[in-house]
Design a protein around this ligand. Sequence first.
Ligand code: P6P
Length: 331
Amino acid sequence: MARIKTLNEFILDRQDDFPFATGELSRLLNDIVIASKIVNREVNKAGLANILGATTNENIQGETQQKLDVYADDHFIAAFKNGGEACAIASEENDDFVAFDNERSKQGKYVVAFDPLDGSSNIDVNVSIGTIFSIYRRKSDLGTLATKEDFLQKGTEQVAAGYIIYGSSTMLVYTTGKGVNGFTLDPSIGEFCLSHPDMKIPVDGKIYSMNEGNLAFCEDGIKDYITYCKEVDKESKRPYSARYIGSMVADIHRNLIKGGIFIYPATSKAKEGKLRLLYECNPMAFIMEQAGGVATTGKKRIMEVDSTGLHQRVPTILGSKNMVNKLLSKL
Ligand code: P6P
């Protein structure tokens, strides 16, 4: 039986991937691991604890905050603040970024943007949800308070990105620019263990993921592509399957493994689409490209989009190369 490799061992083994690495990024990734285990514990028993349901608060998106959202946000922020490797964070649940004003954190080399619990509208119906994170080197000087410019970097500047999916099992999938690796949490030992080494998205697929309720408000090229997916080919085989969970982490994770395309485009109601560049689209784009897929706004590579705001939205098309290229041919 092959020896189990834990995420901690994997991170340490790969530390040499970073020239002049002195372990800070490894420790930052471990901070994420710790927080994800705490969140996982609560997500798994959300139905029992009085942690289900929504608070009376709204986040900057105008979305009602689910109690687990707030719980996850608090614990990830605490992990980053106590870990000392990050000098600041930006979160979907916080209007502005949070610069940690203590001497140790001000020496932190990194900033982290994250969505603590993406897909949270699915919490009460027991559908998979996830955490998405994106890590940048700070631009501001060590020893000073972080600035907003530390976050307003192109996706190509990310040093690491990943997600945790709280589903039938809990997995952590991440990249540091040297491929994508997936780890499954073994509850019996409380460790994430390497289960999906060197993940690659199939170059083609038969799954398209889109909220077709928005189709009437999309440009004709998107409509044409969805029509193409539904056309019965000459052998009258059913060409494609529609799979849409409404939880980005779950939809992307499935397509990463099986092949597919995820589409959240601009509409006449939302000119820049719905998904956020900083803590949803850029990290997922980094993962997708590192796994051999394509990540585009329909006009340009997502990771080349200029970052102009913490909660900036972009049209999002992610997935198997051949499927994305087919869609792009119709735009
Ligand atoms: P819609 C969840 O709220 C989220 O941010 C993503 O996880 C998901 O892909 C998308 O929004 C779903 O949006 O409009 O289809 O409900």
